[in-house]
Write a protein that binds this ligand. Structure first.
Ligand code: ADP
Length: 191
């Protein structure tokens, strides 16, 4: 259990034992957001969104989708491991994997919202359609959008993979663990 969560629970218990329980259950009031995506692989742009969401919500779950249709470079387990490693310093952020309908996963994790990143107008149409469809499927779940720092608006997993494939240095676009994983994967692919 993270230190953040532990201190929150300790605070709740203290209030409860003081004889002044709050009108609503604290645990029910805990705000959880799911950040779903392929993360093939995680980039600094994704991390920027995670950090922003972590300031607004009590708990952020970065949920790695199976997405086999996209023919990912890394398996779901590998992508999950990289995300887990890259968010381990953030106390209220965890990594998980899921398959199937996103709204079902959101319910299963007792979350209130989905966060997605918006880089440019080009993202908007698809994201808008996705958000409205998810609302049709489950009215209770809100989708929120976050814009990354402007220097990350041009960044995508696809472009990072392309640069790495062509021998470019992706060190400024991804965390060091991801750069190492890309180098290792592409070296094997080249053999
Ligand atoms: P998906 O296959 O679901 O689009 P991605 O891993 O490509 O998964 O992206 C997950 C989410 O992160 C999407 O909402 C996408 O728009 C957002 N995203 C991707 N790259 C960036 C970035 N550089 N800055 C902010 N958001 C981003």
């Amino acid at each position: 259990m993270s230190a953040h969560l532990l201190s929150k629970i300790t605070g709740m218990l203290r209030t409860f034992l003081s004889g002044n329980p709050p009108p609503i259950c604290y645990l029910c009031a805990m705000r959880t957001v799911i950040y779903p995506g392929s993360f093939d692989p995680l980039t600094n742009g994704h991390l920027d969104v995670v950090q922003r969401a972590a300031k607004l919500f009590d708990r952020v779950i970065v949920a790695v989708a199976l997405n086999e249709g996209k023919h990912p470079l890394f398996s779901q387990a590998e992508r999950l491991e990289l995300v887990r490693d890259c968010v381990k310093h953030l106390p209220n952020v965890e990594a998980d994997a899921f398959d199937g309908l996103l709204v079902n996963y959101v319910e299963q994790r007792s979350a209130q919202a989905i966060v997605r990143g918006l880089r440019a107008v080009s993202d908007f149409e698809f994201e808008f359609q996705l958000a409205l469809m998810n609302r049709k499927l489950n009215e209770r779940i809100e989708t929120i959008f976050m814009m990354p720092k402007d220097t990350y608006t041009f960044l995508s997993s696809r472009i990072v993979k392309e640069i790495a494939r062509l021998g470019g240095d992706v060190g400024q676009f991804v965390p060091p663990q991801v750069k190492a994983a890309l180098t290792a994967r592409l070296a094997v692919a080249a053999v």
